[in-house]
Design a binder for this molecule. Structure first.
Ligand SMILES: NC(=O)NC(NC(N)=O)C(=O)[O-]
Length: 335
């Protein structure tokens, strides 16, 4: 379940409704069989045959009770950060006899939280849903939104709601973390992501060793690397490398290269895989320690002008929980 290839509209986006990035369940008309928060989980939905709780069958998603009168259910989700929405996935995985027959989605921009005066904009008109399937809907709007309201007709279960969008890069006084997924930073290529890489740019500290980027053991000479597209073209001021929870497998050392790829066209993952080893080094090789936040700044970070991409090298292999690249967006802004 939840494994269909992502549609074109999701390219270059993040899931703004990801609990792991900070999205929150704010309100639901009913959560009898399953809480709204379960619908925001980053993991694909699962089914546990034979598992029942005090309310009925345990289901991996948001599920309301059977309505016996008029009306329909709805729920409000605070997005992980404000952004421009490109489309949705309404996944009814494992809801076979109890999926809603249709859904609609509205959104608003209310950074302080929506109230009775909030203006909601319909982004998806009522659209049919089917049993146990992903339903992709694109959405062409350039407005910024902070919350979505999912309406389900008339009731039932939704395993996962994904809201694909481009996060907003807010105004900032000091340096900002341009690698952060919440600003728009993105991993675009790596040499090895055997145990996962998705959480390298996530907010907060890792909760366990699965919460970061970890390679397999390297059995040849050389080293592993990962390339991050920064949220904006920027000058880099400091770099944070967090090895939280990596104790027997933290890299011996790390270094960082950078490049300004403004105006580069073509297949960027292929291009950076071929060329990033030649980028300018802005942080020479630095020893790392287990389970620790390392901050590299001042004279250690070489000034390379404004850059759009960085390549983190780890020598020779291992795991990194978080990478943060603090800097100041240059004129011309968002990448
Ligand atoms: N077998 C069910 O899933 N029944 C009910 N739902 C749950 N979760 O028990 C229902 O009425 O939709």
């Amino acid at each position: 379940m939840s494994t269909a290839a992502l549609p074109a509209f999701a390219r270059g986006t993040i899931n703004l409704a990801s609990a792991g990035l900070g999205a929150r369940a704010l309100f639901a008309t009913d959560e009898f069989f399953g809480p709204l928060s379960r619908m925001l989980s980053d993991e694909p939905a699962v089914y546990h045959a034979g598992v029942y709780d005090a309310h009925g069958k345990w289901m991996d998603g948001w599920e309301t009770r059977r309505r016996r009168g008029p009306g329909h259910d709805h729920a409000v989700v605070a997005l992980a950060t404000s952004g421009r929405i490109r489309g949705f996935d309404v996944d009814t995985a494992f809801f076979t006899g109890n999926y809603p027959t249709a859904c609609a989605i509205e959104a608003c921009h209310a950074p302080g939280g929506p109230d009775e005066t909030t203006q909601w904009v319909e982004l998806l008109a009522p659209s049919p849903l089917g049993p146990s399937a992903q339903h992709f809907f694109d959405c062409a709007t350039d407005s910024m939104f902070s919350h979505v309201r999912l309406r389900i007709y008339p009731d039932g279960g939704v395993a996962r709601l994904r809201v694909y969008g481009i996060p907003a890069l807010g105004p900032a006084e000091g340096p900002i973390d341009l690698a952060s997924a919440l600003s728009g930073g993105q991993v675009i290529a790596f040499s090895n992501g055997h145990y996962g890489h998705q959480r390298l740019l996530a907010p907060g500290r890792g909760i366990n060793m699965g919460d970061g980027w970890e390679t397999s053991r390297r059995r040849q000479p050389g080293h592993e690397w990962i390339v991050v597209k920064l949220a904006a073209r920027a000058t880099v001021e400091s770099i944070v490398v967090d090895t939280a929870h990596f104790k027997g497998n933290y890299p011996d050392a790390c270094s960082l290269q950078a490049a300004d790829l403004t105006g580069t066209t073509g297949d960027l993952p292929t291009l950076v895989t071929a060329a990033s080893m030649f980028w300018q080094e802005i942080l020479p090789e630095q020893k790392l320690a287990a389970d620790r936040i390392h901050t590299f700044d001042g004279h250690l970070v070489k000034q390379a002008g404004a850059v759009t991409h960085v390549r983190l090298n780890i020598h020779p292999d291992g795991g990194i929980s978080r990478l943060r690249v603090f800097g100041h967006p240059a004129e011309g802004g968002k990448t």
